[in-house]
Ligand binder design. Structure first.
Ligand code: ZN
Length: 244
């Protein structure tokens, strides 16, 4: 179910979007080879052909659409579009949704909090992304909302979002669990001392840990490699099969 399989099953029709220009506008694509960039473009076009892109009160230029699709294709560059089987629609909204929510603490006390949601991905549901939060994505700054939310989708492809996505060929799920649990525990300990080495949001849940380190993998790889080299190694191995 790799790249070549879907390419022969369905070749996406030529798109009028300015792919070349969009590629050049995204710094995080600089490390890709020419072949990888071509694959990424094909994947991005196929993604737009297969998934519904709904814009609610947001007008995207062709360049912005292409940039969005290219970044969305990045996590599955070497895995293939089948890995996005868990959703059919991407909904772009103008601003993060703010909502009152009831939260129960460890003692059973319920309090009302206001939560801001820049992005959401529910099991089998659409991906919801706030344009104001992702319009500037694509740089080497360690943050990328599109990659973050799509990582949750990949995680949920294996069932509950628990930080363990389905494993690609040659991957060892036990090893993945061991490596990620050790790093997650380390981050929680550091966070308690206010010495978190990466965004402490990653310490809130194993699924968030995976989403945050995947953002780093694509947008600040040196940092991830220096902080959690074994995690970096797992992510690299999960995504490198087709590059040979
Ligand atoms: Zn998240």
């Amino acid at each position: 179910m790799g790249w070549f399989d879907w390419l022969t099953r369905k070749r996406p029709s030529a798109s009028p979007l300015p792919w070349q220009q969009a590629r050049q506008a995204l710094p995080i694509l600089q490390g890709l080879s020419e072949l990888e960039q071509q694959r990424l473009c094909e994947l991005a076009q196929a993604l737009l052909a297969r998934k519904t892109l709904t814009r609610l009160g947001v007008a995207l230029t062709p360049l912005q659409q292409a940039g969005l699709a290219l970044q969305a294709a990045l996590p599955i560059l070497h895995l293939g579009l089948d890995w996005y089987a868990g959703f059919h629609e991407i909904i772009i909204i103008p601003e993060p949704v703010t909502r009152r929510e009831s939260v129960q603490d460890e003692y059973g006390l319920v309090s009302e909090v206001t939560e801001e949601h820049a992005g959401e991905s529910w099991q089998q549901g659409p991906l919801v992304l706030a344009w104001s939060e992702l319009a500037d994505d694509g740089g080497w700054d360690g943050y990328n909302l599109i990659i973050h939310e799509l990582t949750h989708k990949l995680d949920m492809l294996g069932g509950e979002a628990d930080g363990v996505p389905p494993m690609g060929p040659g991957m060892d799920m036990d090893e993945w669990r061991r490596v990620f649990q050790a790093a997650f525990d380390d981050l929680r300990e550091r966070d308690e001392r206010n010495e978190a080495s990466i965004d402490p949001y990653a310490a809130t849940h194993p699924a968030e840990f995976l989403a945050v380190v995947t953002e780093l993998f694509f947008t600040d790889p040196h940092r991830l490699h220096s902080v959690y080299p074994a995690v970096y190694d797992q992510l690299a191995r999960q995504g490198e099969r087709m590059s040979a």
